[in-house]
Design a protein around this ligand. Sequence first.
Ligand SMILES: Cc1cc2nc3c(=O)[nH]c(=O)nc-3n(C[C@H](O)[C@H](O)[C@H](O)COP(=O)(O)O)c2cc1C
Length: 402
Amino acid sequence: MKPDVLADGVYRVAAKIGSRNLFEGIWPIPDGVMLNSYVVEGSEKRVLVDLVKDWDGALEAVGDQLESLSLGEGDLDYIIINHMEPDHTGAMVEIVNHYPNVEILCSAKAVPLIKHFYKIEKNVRAVSDGETLDLGGKTLKFFMTPNIHWPETMMTFLEEDEILFSCDAFGSFGRYEYCFDDELSAEEKEKLASETERYYANIVSSFSPFVIKGIAKLDGLSIKMVAPSHGVVWRSEPEKIIERYRTLASYMQGPREKEVTVVWSSMYGNTQALLSSIVDGLKSEGIPVHVLRVPQTHESFVLEKVWRSEGLVIGMPTYEYKMFPPMYHVLDILERSHVQGRKTLRFGSFGWSGGAEKQFDEFVTAMKLDYRGVVEYQGSPSEEDKQKAYDLAKALAKDING
Ligand SMILES: Cc1cc2nc3c(=O)[nH]c(=O)nc-3n(C[C@H](O)[C@H](O)[C@H](O)COP(=O)(O)O)c2cc1C
């Protein structure tokens, strides 16, 4: 890859990470992910904003691009660390060794993390909220935006070119042929939209109140480009991705989309036997329905759909006096991501004692679900069970549609 030019003296140096990797060791990335760093050259000082980890050749790729910008040994004055997560800092030791006199600028909360993760204490300086750094004709301004995504997170704004280096915020999964959103084909734009939403749900959703606060902090800034550390640079209408993130964050408290996500599992088909009654009942009200089976569908995709949906239906049998284990895992992920308040139904089969419902009740409480009831039956469902499921699902959809 070659560096991409954002403005005079401003470059993206990026690496494409392949699809065989899991992001954060959990989340599938069937279309890979971008690791973006940025170079800003003033007339006096040169800066690298965010780093990479040595992952799938990223360090070499970014190193080659830095060399092509004549950023050889000794030619870099500052490294800005917006966020300490190792996908943006993993190669810090190698990069600092290459630029031994470089000064690292970061938030106060990042200083001890740099010490403990990388044993680096020399030439590390905390910057404060609103502080500026003059590079000679280019001025960087720092905004503390804690918890988007870790407590030490900040963003960096290049005043003259009106470019926001936002690190994890406004990011997306996926690898893209081109640097800027307006260069993508219609097909790539579609992928970008859905990979932005899945990235948000998987990585950022739990921090939604901080996203809303962080966006409020950016109010009043004239932003020409949003340059995150994953995905593309938003150039065509940067306010749209900021608005999109505001909407995604608002799904935590609501309002959410008038949609229902049905998450179901079944060992021998008895729970599955009620699925069509549920789906038919929902669809009879014309509401969009997402139907996802677990464990066949990874929780990454389940979380994406549940995050946006006002309605949730969980189908699962009893297993060893408790919930079917893959569904327990999915609900645990949903709870950690602060999925709350969904209008919810459950259905499922048991053999002799039941037990799934008792354990599910704990999630109903923890997730503050607006629980509309359960259709639970021994063995296979009766015609009455099917009718009850249809009626409950229809009533749920009707209520959501308002
Ligand atoms: C490994 C295993 C453990 C089970 N444990 C229980 C149990 O503790 N209590 C119970 O009522 N049924 C239990 N069952 C029975 C199932 O809940 C029952 O077969 C149900 O119909 C399965 O639904 P499915 O066909 O949707 O998988 C168990 C079944 C299996 C295979």
